[in-house]
Design a protein around this ligand. Sequence first.
Ligand code: NAP
Ligand code: MG
Length: 505
Amino acid sequence: MSTVKDKKLEPMETKREFYQLIINGERTDSTTGGTFTTYNPATGEAVATVAKASVEDAEKAVKAARTAFDFGKWRTSPVNKRSRTLNKIAGIMRSRFNELVELEILDTGKSLAAAQGQVMQAIEDFEFYAGAIVSHRGSVNSMPGAFQNITEKEPVGVCAQIIPWNYPLMMAAWKIAPAIAAGCSVIVKPASLTPLTAIVLGEICIEAGVPEGVVNIIPGAGSEVGNYLVEHPQVDKVAFTGSTPIGKDIMAKASQTLKRVTLELGGKSPNIVFEDADIDAAVDGSLFGIFYNSGQSCEARSRLYVNENIYDAFLEKFIAKTKMLKMGNPFEKDTHVGAIIDRKQLEVIDGYVQSAIEDGAVIAAGGKEASVEGYENGFWYEPTIITNVNHEMKAVREEIFGPVVVVMKFRDEKEVIGLANDSEYGLGSAIWTKDYGRATRVSKQIQAGIVMVNCPFSAFPGTPFGGYKQSGFGRELCVETLDLYTETKSIISYYGGRPLNPFGI
Ligand code: NAP
Ligand code: MG
C-alpha cells in the first residue's frame, strides 16, 4: 500500500477510450488485467473499455478504505473542511456539466433532458450535504443531579455502496455525498452496464482534495465483487440500490457480520386520479410519472387508477399524449423517451406485455419493441398503456421497469386506497385532486415512503427518498441520511463533588 500523501490524479478527459479502477487515490488496472466493454443502448455501439475489478481488487479497496478510516485524517477533519471539499466537488462537476451529461447519455441511452436533470441533481446533492453536515450534531440530554450526557455522531466506518444502472451518476452522488460528509470511507460498486460516470465522479472527488482511500470505485461483477464486499468483515455498512431479490440476499449475508444495511429496492407505485382532479395536469403528470427515463425508475408510477366517472375522458387524452411522445436521438432536446438499457431488459418488458395480453388485457397504446429511425441496432420500446386488467395479473403486481403502465377504474376513496396498498411494494405514490382534505386523508393512508400530490416529481435534494414494505428501508437524499452514515455515541459523565460508591462497601 502506498504511503504517498496528497497524491493528485493527472487530469484526463471525461470521455475517453479506457477507464480504470480508483483505489487508494489512484487509477489502476485490475489485478487480473481483466476488462469489459460498456455499450450505448441507443445505438448498440461500444462506448469504452473498463478495467474489471476482481475479488483481489475489492480486497485492496477494503484495505485502502479501512486504512483511510482508521488512520487517515478525513474523519477527524473539521466539518467545515469536509463541507468545503463537497462544495469543491460540486464546483468541478458544474464546470464539467456538459461532459458528464454527454457521458451519461452515451452509457445509458437516456434522453438529454433526463440526463441534464439527473447530473444537475447529483451536483446539488453534494451542495446539499455540504450544508447539512455542518448542522448535523449530537445532543445534550437532561440528567439527574451532577450527571451529564452528551451524544456525538461518529461516522459508521467503511461503507460498500452498490448501485444500479438506471441513474448511474445520481445514484453514485446519493451514496457518496452523505457518506463522505459524515466522515466515512466508501467503496462504490457501479452497475456493470453503466460504470463510466461513477468512475469520473471518483476522480473528481480526489481532484477536489478527498484524501486517498476515502473514495474507491470498483466496477466489476456484482455477484463477485459486490458479494465479496457484502460478506467482508472489515466493511461496516452496505448501502444498496437495486432489485428486491438481490436486496434480500444482501441483507441475509450482511447479517453474518451485523453490518448496517440500507436498501432502496423495487416499486410498483400507484398513481390515483380523483374525479375532481385537474384532468390536463393529471394527464401530463401521469405521463411523466411512467415514461420518464423510459419507465426505468424504481418510483415509476406504473399502476394508474382513474375514477370511473372521468375514466373515458382521461384515458382518451392520456392515450393521445402517449402517442405524441418522441423517441429518437437522445442528444436532441425534444426527445422524450430514451432507450432501454439492454436487450435483456427489453425482453423482460416485452415478456410482461405478452403476459398481460395472454391474461386478457387490452393494449391501448404501444405494446411492442419500437423501431426508431437511425437507431435500428439500439434497444427501444414503445410507450405502452394496458387496460382491462385485474389485480391478480402479473403485469399489475410485479415491477416491469420499463415504459409500461396498467390502467384501472375505481369507484371511491376507500376502494382505491385498498387497491393502492394491495402490493408488496411501497416506494412512491401520486394523488391528483383539488380537494385538500382528500389529499391529506389519502396521503396518510397510503403505505409508501413518498406521496406526490398534484406533482410529477419524486425527489429534490433534501426530500427523503425511500420505501415502505419490500421497497426497502432507510432514507436517502435528506438530512436523516446522515444518521444512517453515523453511529450515536452516548457519553455519560459525573461531575458531583461526592465520589459515587454504588455498591456501598
Ligand atoms: P440489480 O440486478 O439488483 O443490480 C444492482 C447492483 O447490484 C448492480 O451494481 C449489480 O452489479 C449488483 N449486484 C448484483 N448481484 C449482486 C450480488 N449478489 N451481491 C452484491 N451486489 C450485486 O438491479 P438492476 O437491475 O441494476 O436495477 C434495477 C432495480 O433497481 C429495479 O428493481 C429498481 O426498482 C431498483 N432500483 C431501486 C431504486 C430505489 O431507490 N429504490 C433506485 C433505482 C433502482 P452488476 O451490474 O454487476 O450485476
Ligand atoms: Mg452502457
